[in-house]
Design a binder for this molecule. Structure first.
Ligand SMILES: O=C(O)CCC(=O)C(=O)O
Length: 270
């Protein structure tokens, strides 16, 4: 695996983080960015919703999707030493791009109405030539996505609609993607297939505190859920973009953890 520069002196904690990522498909970085920064981001997000934080009667919809936000606090949240170190460990030094904005934000509000976006899926990341607008695709080498990241901006308990995660499901997805080749397939086509392939996996919930970040393998199967609690859930789920192609075959064997997991998923199948 890729162990250049800092990674030649990987500590036991670094090793454990990588092993957990390979086995489970995600790691939680507690306090990845300061809670003060999270509070500032949350107040900017409230402004975007047009809702009154003190008046639940004003929370009209179960989910409000806020597109990318590029104010200073969002750039600060995405660029802490803890996150950069973890990106190096999971994606490889010089293989990811810094982000200076975050988004999208699926903001979930306590509501009697069920949201219509709570199905199991993996994220789509690019539009191949000829694809319909919005039909984002995924392929085996995870074109245009090095990680899926979940940034928490509110306290998220089991009651607050945490994202549901199928632990280890990233290993079930490579055999589903392999037949689609470089073109890949859209999230709509892949959704039912990755749901079926990973149905046996145990469940985890992306709970935590403002400032916590979940770093997830791009193929981790996950789903939203209805919010029947009291505390609105504020989260961003941006991709970490690669600065070079992810590869499933490298003659020099210098694989990142993301690539190694894809290879493990394929080896399980073959
Ligand atoms: O809101 C969530 O918990 C997850 C949302 C999600 O996975 C998505 O919108 O793609």
């Amino acid at each position: 695996m890729r162990r250049r520069g800092r990674s030649t002196t990987m500590t036991r904690m670094d090793d454990e983080l990588v092993e957990r990522f390979l086995d489970d498909g995600f790691v939680k970085i507690e306090g990845a960015f300061p809670s003060r920064v999270a509070q500032h981001c949350a107040s900017l997000l409230w402004r975007e919703t047009g809702y009154d934080p003190e008046d639940p009667a004003s929370w009209k919809d179960p989910v409000v999707r806020v597109p990318g936000m590029a104010q200073g606090p969002f750039a600060a949240a995405a660029n802490t030493p803890a996150l950069h170190t973890a990106f190096d460990l999971l994606v490889g030094e010089d293989r990811w791009q810094s982000r200076y904005s975050l988004g999208t934000f699926p903001l979930r509000f306590p509501h009697a109405e069920e949201p219509d976006d709570a199905g199991w899926h993996i994220e789509g990341s690019y539009l191949p030539e000829g694809a319909q607008p919005g039909m984002y695709h995924t392929n085996l080498r995870s074109r245009e996505r090095a990680l899926l990241m979940l940034f928490l901006f509110s306290e998220v308990t089991e009651e607050d609609a945490p994202t549901r995660i199928r632990v280890g499901s990233h290993l079930d997805v490579p055999p589903v993607l392999e037949p689609y080749g470089e073109q890949g397939a859209s999230f709509l086509e892949l959704g039912p297939k990755v749901d079926e392939a990973s149905a046996h996996r145990p469940l985890a919930h992306a709970t935590g505190s403002p400032g916590d970040v979940y770093l997830c393998h791009p193929f981790l199967v996950h789903a939203a859920q209805p919010h029947h609690g009291t505390n609105p859930r504020f989260m961003a789920q941006p991709p970490l973009l690669p600065s070079e192609r992810c590869e499933v075959h490298r003659p020099d064997g210098d694989y990142s953890a993301v690539e190694l997991a894809i290879r493990r998923g394929l080896a399980k199948e073959h």
